[in-house]
Write a protein that binds this ligand. Sequence first.
Ligand SMILES: [Fe+2]
Length: 509
Amino acid sequence: MEIVEKCIEQGIFLHPDAKQKLEEQEDPSQLIDKILKEYNFENPVLLPKHIEQYTTKNPGKPKQEKKVESITPKKPRKPEKKETTKKEPEDEPEPVETQNGGIEVVLDVTGRSECEGELKNFYNYFNDRYEKIKKEITKRNGMRNARPVEAVKRGKEDVSVVGIVNEVRGTQNGHKLILLEDMTGEIPTLALKNRDVYSKSEEVLLDEVIGVRGALSDGSDLLMLDDIVWPDLPLSGGKPQSKGDGYIAFISDVHFGSTTFLEDAWNRFVNWLNGEYGGPEHQELVKNIKYLCIAGDLVEGIGIYPGQKEELKTVSITEQYREAARQLKRLPSHINIIISPGNHDAVRQAEPQPAFDEEIQEVFVGEMDNITFVGNPSTIKIAGVEILVYHGRSLDDLIAELPKRSYEKPAEVMSEYVKRRHLAPIYGKKTPLAPENKDYHYVDKPDIIHCGHVHKFGVDQYKGVNLFNTGTWQRQTKFQKKKGIKPDPGRVVLYSLENHEPKIVKFCN
Ligand SMILES: [Fe+2]
């Protein structure tokens, strides 16, 4: 094992000069074993002075070239810097499309996918993610003078830097190591267990972009952290200024085609929308529902989880969509419907997912002309209110990685999207991502984020952003039972375009 690896294994960082001193000795490997055995571990950086206590006057090996230490990331995520890349011009305005009922589609990958699975796509994707989030982080206190990694390494004073998290892990002696990278290089940073910054370090996620402040340890490349900064939104900017009228209804995870689809609850919802369920007060209310937004998993799909076939009422995917079209046709025709896909729908699994392809759309178009199909995620605008629709697959990853988050409070988990300004901070794991040249998961300043996926219902607000997770229309499946997931079915969020307040309507206990 290399001497550097031996140090890393013990949670110790070898200063480049100390490494050089070691390599000048007859048996560096044996010597480092001896040093580590006797080292007190109070200083996480092994300096030349620590080596000198053990060294002989006559080195056995010629002096070697000084090298900068680096820790290899677990998996390659970006190409070599020499790769030629095509970068989108910054802040290039997206063409805005206006659809049924004045729905503006602000951002959507549909018809714009450029992902060819090449290394340059990965480079462009991470570059776009980095630049967008860095721009926000450098607006925060203490981060305005953030410098590139290579410039930081040459500095002596307190420094700030913005980077992508290449590795995050606890060291053997209880500190937290965060390896940060930008386009100029890589730098190890350390949150000491007895410092305030340590609790923040426990929330750092792999692959996300963060800012850090700290000081280099004794002139080494290790940055001892004082603070960690997320891009977050500043304090609430208040409600949207626009004044529209009527309501948007939000639902998700309908799962047409499944034997566990809750037909009775769905029928109550359809009847309610038609003014045939609920008292006169409800009849007046539903007249003003102008939009219905569906955040993915419109149908059950096929081959999604083991044993799913036994729970399929309709085994043909096209038939499942025909059933969906028949059901949506029962809704009042003045309601404009927005449909975004989820992981059960028949589109590519890697996000950003485009809207349903033409073949599926035709199933609906033959029945009605009040549907706007968008991708996942998508940003739409209705009467001046910006809505980020995202199915929410990355909620699984956030809940798995952040101990304070749970399936019981899905809307609270969604606040992480705002704090990190990203819908899928961790690259990979349960959320497959296609590296587009542009990062479609960046979170700008929406008024509403609408998700589903976890089949748990929740409404919350964070920094002025309304967070809706609209549950499901499916009762517990065998798979969910095994996983201990108890769904919250048959719930709708109604959002007033006039006073910008949400209401919850329940069609199932
Ligand atoms: Fe679902």
